[in-house]
Design a protein around this ligand. Structure first.
Ligand SMILES: Cc1cc2nc3c(=O)[nH]c(=O)nc-3n(C[C@H](O)[C@H](O)[C@H](O)COP(=O)(O)O)c2cc1C
Length: 361
């Protein structure tokens, strides 16, 4: 696996932090990028309905720091004109790459023709891609699922059409829309896409260990790999992957560093948002991060039940001091890596109307 290029942008290492709504914001992206090994970061998916109606939240979601480059903005929507305008706005704020979401399974996104809804309306997708290509100069990329349902798998067809429209990188999450997050991603279909197009293809789905990632990369021949949920459990996963690719032992952070990463995240959150929001975000990361720690379940509970920044900080100190002194905490168990359940963009409720999408998403 070697660095690859999206036009003139080098993705080095060829590892991408997969976009996750509500997770891969400005703070989380920098936390992960600073651990090393990440070649590309992507915004959360951003509603073009919100962007083009000047919704402050949508505009804020395009903020990024220079240290994040190369940085891609991902937009979603089903209306070609709004998608074109949203793409222009992303270019204007200085994004390096514009990415189109063709994967979100949330009913209220799909209902309006966006996300994975585009996988069952290829003429609409084609119009959107062509409209956007007419107006932006930065590379256009696509992130998609392999199809809408098991009986309508069309990843290869979508990828070929996208390539014809000038898309310069295709990222495939090997599940269908109907599958949601159940079962495993199908990397054979990812390989089929890689074999069908000339532009770089990156694969995505269930990579939480270096071994599994290397195996899927070898089997599929993809140019790059995206990791989403695995980065919440293990912020060093990209660095470890890169170590192995370069013939080194994978980096193993010690307890002091694990504590430091939690504290760094919390400090960044508190600088950037109200305390109540920072507490929520901290608990969200802790929910995944603690799964790789001894006594993680009990530690997580202490964080969930913290109601102030001081309480969170105290509980982090108690946990790591106990572990350092006694080598154990709580029941002393470490939870299984495979336990990755987490709410996704699916969390949007169907009851909300498109206007509410514009206002809130
Ligand atoms: C909480 C959450 C939010 C997500 N939001 C997005 C999103 O905004 N855009 C997108 O393309 N994919 C989104 N996804 C899908 C991920 O990018 C990725 O394709 C999927 O989680 C499979 O990769 P993984 O097994 O490495 O997590 C989201 C997934 C999760 C769990």
């Amino acid at each position: 696996m070697k660095p690859f290029k999206i036009r003139n942008i080098e993705i080095n290492p060829p590892m991408i932090l997969s976009p996750m709504a509500g997770v891969t914001d400005y703070t989380f992206r920098r936390l992960i990028k600073r651990r090393g090994g990440v070649g590309l970061v992507v915004s959360e998916f951003i509603s073009v309905e919100g962007l083009t109606r000047h919704n402050p939240k949508s505009k804020r979601q395009m903020n990024f720091a220079e240290e994040e480059r190369p940085f891609a903005v991902q937009i979603f929507g089903g209306q070609p004109e709004r998608m074109r305008l949203g793409a222009e706005m992303a270019e204007e704020v200085g994004a390096d790459i514009l990415d189109i979401n063709c994967g979100c399974p949330a009913p209220k996104v799909v209902k309006h023709g966006g996300g994975s809804g585009l996988l069952r309306d290829l003429p609409r997708l084609e119009i959107i891609l062509k409209e956007i290509k007419k107006t932006i100069t930065i590379p256009l990329t696509l992130k998609m699922r392999v199809g809408f349902s098991d009986s309508t798998i069309n990843a290869v067809e979508v990828a070929k059409m996208a390539e014809q429209c000038g898309v310069e990188h295709i990222q495939v999450h090997g599940r269908t829309k109907e599958q949601g997050y159940k079962g495993l991603a199908n990397w054979d279909l990812i390989r089929a896409v890689k074999e069908a197009v000339a532009v770089p293809v990156s694969g995505n789905g269930d990579i939480t260990t270096i071994e599994y990632g290397l195996q899927k990369w070898r089997e599929s021949g993809v140019d790059g790999i995206l990791i989403g949920r695995g980065a919440m459990q293990n912020p060093w996963i990209f660095r470890q992957f890169n170590d192995v690719l370069n013939g080194r032992e994978p980096y193993q952070p010690d307890l002091t560093e694990k504590k430091a990463v939690l504290l760094e995240f919390f400090e960044m959150l508190r600088e950037e948002m109200p305390e109540i929001v920072a507490l929520g975000k901290m608990k969200q990361l802790a929910g995944q991060f603690t799964k790789g720690l001894v006594g993680g379940a009990q530690f997580r509970q202490t964080l969930y039940h913290s109601h102030s920044a001081d309480e969170i900080l105290d509980n982090i100190t108690i946990y790591f001091e106990t572990l350092q002194q006694r080598q154990t905490f709580g029941d002393g168990l470490t939870e299984a890596d495979k336990d990755l359940e987490i709410a996704s963009c699916d969390a949007f409720s169907e009851e909300e109307t498109s206007c509410e999408i514009a206002a809130n998403v």
